[in-house]
Design a binder for this molecule. Structure first.
Ligand SMILES: Nc1ncnc2c1ncn2[C@@H]1O[C@H](COP(=O)(O)OP(=O)(O)OP(=O)(O)O)[C@@H](O)[C@H]1O
Length: 331
């Protein structure tokens, strides 16, 4: 991923994130959920993060959202380390610019308030409308609902979250991102709880937000097929490590890491995803700790050599926008 892609909004630099897993000092007290993770997110461009459960996808989004601080490394927003953002007004600005969309669209909405309230609130908090101007607020809310395909907007605004379908609720969440003028949207499996029949509509809307509103999109998914549809860049994660990343089509058509090959071959049918542990491997998913050595995939890799268990592979550049971490490629 390089500068030719335009305006750089978010940059992750060698991010490490350790979590405490046990208070028992005799046990290994920490696990490493992210290890040396680096990426760049550009305006009007999507980056999909793909991997099995527990690979560290959500941890990356939560660090960008400032819900967790990295143990080491940096996350820059327009060149500024987000850990240095502390002043209330700066934090508000950051939260305005960088927004999260969750897997469960119902969980992000308050069942006791109608849809009007849900859109009006961020508009008021982030001062996107003139205080006290009810007419302007109403027009803005209805306009936003229309923009995300919730029509007729007046009727939708009067409804409560339980009166909408999952897809409609996710559209309300996306309308809130648009309302505050987000330039980065972090979407953590935004369609996995929706009926298959309505997923495409929500993905289309996110694609529009990316292209027409020039948002930068982080799209976390188990589903490599939808990654291809919505994101130019793809990052394949395994046990907290980026194992292969770069151009989405290139990686899907010519996967180079044994784990990516397994992922791609496991999804011959684009309508299937990889929610479960993959078949056809020969080992367990390891618990990674700060003391772990080698390649995290070594125990499952059919090509592993003794070196793979001892030494974490470095990064090999295969093409302008295609990178892999694998000893098969670094000789
Ligand atoms: N707050 C936390 N405290 C301790 N461990 C955590 C915490 N958050 C995440 N982890 C651990 O970090 C690892 C990565 O979790 P993460 O949720 O980022 O994975 P994921 O790839 O998003 O998984 P899923 O697809 O199931 O959401 C897991 O082993 C998880 O148990």
């Amino acid at each position: 991923m390089n500068e030719k892609y335009g305006e750089l909004l978010i940059e992750g630099k060698n991010i490490v994130k350790d979590f405490k897993v046990s208070s028992n000092a005799l046990k290994q007290p920490m696990m490493r959920a992210s290890n040396d993770v680096s990426f760049k997110m550009y305006k009007s461009r999507g980056m999909a993060v793909v991997g099995e459960s527990g690979s560290g996808k959500s941890t990356i989004a939560k660090m960008i959202a400032k819900m967790y601080a990295p143990t080491s490394g940096e996350i820059l927003y327009r060149g500024r380390d987000i850990q240095s953002i502390k002043k209330h007004s700066d934090l508000m600005k950051y939260r305005e610019g960088v927004q999260m969309v969750w897997q469960d669209p119902f969980g992000s909405l308050n069942p006791t308030h109608n849809i009007f309230h849900h859109i009006a609130r961020p508009l008021k908090i982030h001062k996107k409308v003139t205080p006290g101007n009810k007419k302007e607020l109403e027009e803005r809310v209805y306009d936003l609902l229309e923009q995300v395909g919730l029509i007729p907007p007046k009727e939708t605004a009067a409804k409560y979250p339980h009166q909408l379908s999952g897809g409609q609720r996710q559209r309300v969440n996306l309308a809130r991102n648009i309302a505050v003028g987000a330039e980065v949207v972090l979407a953590d499996e935004p369609t996995s709880m929706l009926d298959v029949s309505i997923r495409a509509g929500v993905l289309n809307l996110m694609e529009e937000m990316k292209t027409e509103r020039e948002m930068s999109l982080l799209y976390i998914t188990h589903d490599i097929a939808t990654a291809r549809y919505i994101a130019e860049d793809l990052c394949v994660m395994y046990v907290g490590h980026m194992v292969e990343w770069g151009d989405t089509d290139e990686i899907i058509h010519r996967p180079q890491h044994p784990y990516t090959k397994l992922l791609v071959s496991a999804v011959p049918d684009p309508s299937k995803s990889i929610h479960t542990k993959l078949e056809g491997n020969n080992g367990d998913i390891p618990l990674w700790t700060p003391d772990s050595l080698g390649c995290p995939f070594a125990g499952r890799c059919l090509h592993a050599t003794p070196r793979c268990s001892d030494e974490l592979p470095g990064v090999t550049k295969l093409a302008d926008n295609h990178f892999v971490r694998c000893h098969l490629h670094d000789q």
